[in-house]
Design a binder for this molecule. Structure first.
Ligand code: FAD
Length: 403
């Protein structure tokens, strides 16, 4: 019952959610309840429970607001509420939505050929096939525009050496689902681009079982421990000519995908912060010190009010973001500003909640520390705080300060 938490919605920002969107929201809420403690266990053990991730697909919760005739229509608001709700339950599953739906499915829906879409859209939307979006490289994160993975044309018919295709060489880092036995959308720089390429950066659909593709799960993470990211090495990976996505012809196309998913990160940050605020409020009402509940102390009340102030701001950003997106008027840097604000605010709320729980706040079983750690990853991915500031700064001053 999503209304039972309207105590966190002080301005009734989500009180008038239309029926269709509410139904999706309730489905996400039901999923979080169903998952129960299993994700905490997965986080403790740093395991990726693919069956739970797949349940998101079975429940058709991975669409992330992508418009495509073969996918269930989700409004931006419904997509945002799903991101919020699932991250409120568990950040690793929230990141599954970001990777499988937000990045991979969106790349295919925007840029894939009709044949690629007919073959892969359904299986990826249902997460029968885990899918990855590989842009970041070991040496290029914030400056992914300088990516060095190379795609070379080989075996043109005139050489008589078989079907024309491509060979990919390079490395990718931090790729969610990159070692999960599915497919990876690899962004690469074309060696000797032709007119047909239009730009030098293109995207390739690579099955992870292809010889030369090695995905190694990154271990030792203190954040998002319930999902795997991979370090990928591409060593002479040969793919057929039709593995290239015809619609993706420049780095700008990769950026288009990232712009769309930044809104989702703003919503996820809200989910994490909501969970932390709820935990702090409930703890303050129950924990007795100096003969009375913590909640009766003025300074504790002030801190709860400060958390609610920030949480309400985050909610207002998200709701308005969804309205702008629905009207088609959302500018990329508006999504950047929401991501910037919400991930920063979520960090502050998590730190205050952690402190209000005292020593118990550092116990993983109380979840606040887990949310706090998970927020660190979403604060970094899809463009760090500083990169969002540079994007916004360029927009408001007309001057680029990136390099
Ligand atoms: P760097 O770029 O090295 O940045 C380090 C620091 O320097 C940051 O504080 C940054 O803000 C700052 N900095 C950099 N440039 C400037 C500048 N010009 N001015 C001021 N400060 C600057 N990538 C994918 O392609 N696919 C994925 O599925 C994916 N999933 C991820 C999941 C997780 C958990 C994480 C942590 C990352 C993931 N990423 C993924 C990569 C992510 O997008 C990058 O980590 C991010 O873009 C930052 O790059 P970096 O880690 O190389 O940091």
């Amino acid at each position: 019952d999503v209304t039972r938490r309207l105590g966190t919605d002080y301005y009734a920002v989500f009180a008038d959610i239309p029926g269709d969107d509410r139904a999706v929201w309730e489905r996400a809420q039901g999923f979080v309840d169903e998952v129960g403690d299993r994700m905490q266990d997965a986080w403790d053990r740093a395991e990726y429970p693919l069956d739970l991730a797949q349940r998101l697909g079975e429940l058709d919760l991975l669409n992330d607001g992508i418009e495509h005739p073969d996918l269930t229509r989700f409004s931006p608001l419904a997509a945002g509420l799903v991101n919020m709700e699932v991250s409120r339950g568990d950040g690793s599953l929230g990141t599954v939505i970001a990777v499988q739906g937000g990045l991979a499915l969106r790349t295919l829906a925007l840029f894939g050929s009709p044949e690629q879409q007919a073959r892969w859209l359904g299986p990826i939307a249902r997460l029968e096939v885990p899918a990855a979006f590989a842009l970041t490289e070991p040496d290029h994160g914030s400056d992914s525009v300088s990516l060095e993975t190379v795609a070379r044309r080989v075996g043109a018919p005139s050489t008589g050496s078989g079907q024309a295709g491509w060979v990919l060489d390079g490395a990718k880092k931090w790729i969610g689902n990159g070692a999960s036995g599915g497919v990876t959308f690899v962004w690469a720089r074309v060696d000797a681009p032709t007119d047909d390429d239009h730009g030098a950066v293109r995207c390739f659909l690579v099955e992870q079982s292809t010889p030369g593709y090695t995905g190694t799960v990154i271990t030792g993470k203190a954040s998002l421990r319930g999902i795997h990211q991979a370090h990928i090495v591409l060593d002479g990976v040969r793919v057929p000519g039709d593995a290239v996505l015809p619609g993706a012809r420049s780095f700008k196309d990769a950026s288009t995908v990232l712009y769309s998913t930044r809104s989702g990160v703003a919503w996820s940050a809200l989910g994490h912060a909501t969970a932390c605020y709820e935990a702090a409020l409930s703890y303050a009402q129950q924990r007795v010190q100096f003969g009375k509940p913590l909640a009766k102390f003025q300074m504790v009340q002030e801190r709860l009010a400060q958390m609610l102030e920030e949480l309400t701001g985050m909610q207002l950003y998200c709701r308005h973001l969804a309205d702008l997106e629905l009207s088609g008027g959302l500018r990329p840097t508006q999504a950047s500003l929401a991501k910037y604000h919400n991930t920063r605010a979520a960090r502050r709320i998590a730190a205050t909640a952690r402190d209000l729980l005292g020593g118990n706040g550092i116990l993983i079983e109380n979840r606040v520390m887990q949310h706090m750690a998970d927020i660190e990853a979403i604060h970094t991915y899809e463009g760090t705080e500083s990169i969002q500031a540079l994007l916004i700064g360029r927009d408001i001053t007309g001057m680029s300060a990136f390099a």
